[in-house]
Design a protein around this ligand. Sequence first.
Ligand code: EPU
Length: 426
Amino acid sequence: MDVFRIEGPIRLSGQVVVNGSKNASLPIMAAALLAEGPSTLSGVPNLSDVRVFGDLLGQLGCRVERAANGDVRIDATKVDNPVGDYEIVRKMRASICILGPLLARCRRVEVSMPGGCAIGDRPINLHLRGLRQLGAEIHLKNGYVIAQTPAGGLQGASIFLGGSFGSTVLGTANVMMAATLAKGRTVIESAACEPEIADLARCLNRMGARISGIGSPRLVIEGVDRLQPVEYEVIPDRIEAGTFMAAAAITGGELHITNCRLDDMMAVVDKLREIGVTVEAAEDGCSVAGSERFRPADVTTQPYPGFPTDLQAQFMALLALADGNSVVIEKIFPDRFMHVAELNRMAADLRKEGPAVIVAGVKKLVAAPVMASDLRASAALVLAGMAAEGTTTVNRVYHIDRGYERIEERLNPLGAKIHREDAPAP
Ligand code: EPU
């Protein structure tokens, strides 16, 4: 199992290019199931989550390969095993987004129920409710969701997808994909507005779907008989971009970040400016400059366009060094605070109170051995390690590899000192 040894403090400077979005790529790869034939996707990052998803599509019957130029080709001519196996779904909960397209394509599917994970329960009740409203008959057996369409296929419907924590990103993806091939019109109210869902909708339209209201909470989908394979480029990863912004800030450095859509990141940019970080729009991205000290700020995570939960941990690392007290409230995944105890091992002063953390700013962080628990929590530990005095060891680096492609090879040319080592399994 790899570990990172991170020497700090360092100051980042230079230019970094943001990769394509993981959370846009996964549902768009699933969308390839909707069309018989080969689809080609560019900008898909080469991450372990993407490889696992490719394996899953392979098990369903697709041929998936990554070309020398990085494009991912998914040939969905044959999808003859519509079963999402527990062994893959338990590794990656995003696997659930095969449910909608597979149902529309194969009419009867079995997909393992995802369990909980480090960031919370991860229920799928809204996915199932939406698909049932399209007419699917669904029951659970031996830990699997077994879904089938009625004899006449899926039927368009009016569907409300809001839950106690707002809308659902992958639930919207599932229902929207299934509805593209349903008979008649589907209206999804309280749809997720995340840029990744808008990107999926644009890709589906390129395949021949008829979706309007893209990017809004009300999607209208006119069902069509069939979709065509597609060539499509996914959007840049706004969470990776935000992580680089926080990295520039926490190291007091200056980064020019390209392939970055600032328009998708207003809440993040606003928060950075509030704490005293300079963010300037530039061609194809932005320049971000940290300063010696930061002002404290309150952060509340919300569905898009609010502040994203996927940057909460990284910003907590940053606020740990602010001049004063901040409050971070997690409204999407109220238990997503595994990084709190680890940051405290590095001399941060964080106190969890229910779905909130009170962050008392400290003058400096101090290196320590720490444990990565989930993808974004581990990114926060890498940021803290670059700012802390001494050598920080981050264990269980595989978590970070799920969402950031060889992050050390991206940050080291900018001044970071991150060494990947193979540590013996405990
Ligand atoms: N929820 C329900 N019922 C459902 C589905 C969700 O109550 O049927 C609740 C969840 O428990 C949560 C809230 O609704 O409280 C939002 O969950 P959502 O369904 O939107 O999350 P997701 O679709 O499973 C995606 C991203 C996550 C990101 C969230 C929120 C992918 C592959 N995953 O998950 O990304 O945190 O949206 O923006 O797109 C990550 O990249 O690190 C990551 C976890």
